[in-house]
Design a protein around this ligand. Structure first.
Ligand code: ARG
Length: 255
């Protein structure tokens, strides 16, 4: 008898959990189905995203997601937030994220990714004339990174390194210029932008010198929303075919 009560209770719990699960799934996609796509980004990562002269997020990623929105018939609303909270906000505060975000196995536990739209690699920013050239030279250094990024994950693996993580990549570069860190590990294109901005103070070294692996940027999507994923991937394919993608690359990245 006791066993039966237990089984019934268990069945009830399972049902409730299943219903709660469904409820979430429905609200996850509700914003994305009412014609507006709420897109999270971290607008401090030029040339992919930055705050434009009009105070609004601009950059390659922003232009790309707007073009995707047009293709799929949705209004795009961009929300600027900390990079570190993007993944956990998907399906809640935001529908999707575009933020020069690298596809990683760890993130894939929480979100799905669109097809990749850009290949990148980490780079190392060093003070001008520093004697840092190979992976071995990074050992035991003070390394600046942006919080929650693949640059941070790489730095954490370097023997003896003490890693300082900043909310914005540029703050890591500022601390490099103040002598508080010895180098900064950040994605190649922003590294080049910072390299130009502080050309009298820093050099930018390619990640290949340090055996860093290629990374693939993609749009992060709510887990299991295959409908939205399909639409975004189709739009991406069309934008590549009709030349819009190349136009945006030359407009924003290879100026
Ligand atoms: N590609 C790196 C990553 O996915 C860094 C991205 C940082 N993006 C940003 N908008 N701040 O971890």
């Amino acid at each position: 008898m006791k066993k039966k009560v237990f089984a019934t209770a268990l069945a009830a719990i399972v049902t409730v959990l299943a219903l709660v699960g469904c409820g979430n799934a429905a609200s996850d996609s509700s914003q994305a189905t009412n014609g507006t796509l709420i897109v999270g980004t971290n607008a401090a990562f030029p040339p992919f995203e930055y705050v434009g002269d009009d105070g609004k997020p601009d950059g390659f990623d922003i232009a790309l997601i707007k073009a995707i929105g047009e293709k799929i018939g949705m209004d795009v609303q961009v929300q600027d937030m900390e990079f570190d909270s993007l993944v956990s906000s998907i399906g809640g505060k935001i529908d999707v994220a575009i933020a020069g975000m690298t596809v990683t196995e760890e993130r894939k536990q929480t979100v799905d990714f669109s097809d990749s739209y850009y290949e990148a690699v980490q780079a190392v920013i060093v003070p001008k004339g520093a004697s840092i050239a190979t992976a071995d030279d990074l050992k035991n250094l003070k390394i600046g990174v942006q919080l929650g990024t693949t640059g941070e994950f790489i730095a954490d693996e370097i023997e003896g390194a003490s890693v300082s993580a900043y909310n914005k990549a540029v703050d890591a570069v500022n601390d490099l210029n103040n002598g508080r860190v010895d180098c900064v590990i950040v994605d190649k294109n922003p590294a080049e932008v910072f390299g130009t901005q502080f050309s009298d103070k820093v050099d930018v070294l390619p990640g290949t010198n340090f055996n860093f692996e290629p990374e693939h940027y993609a749009i992060a999507l709510p887990k299991g929303n295959t409908d939205l994923a399909g639409k975004i991937n189709n739009a991406l394919k069309e934008l590549k075919e009709d030349g819009t993608y190349d136009k945006l690359v030359s407009q924003y990245i290879e100026e």
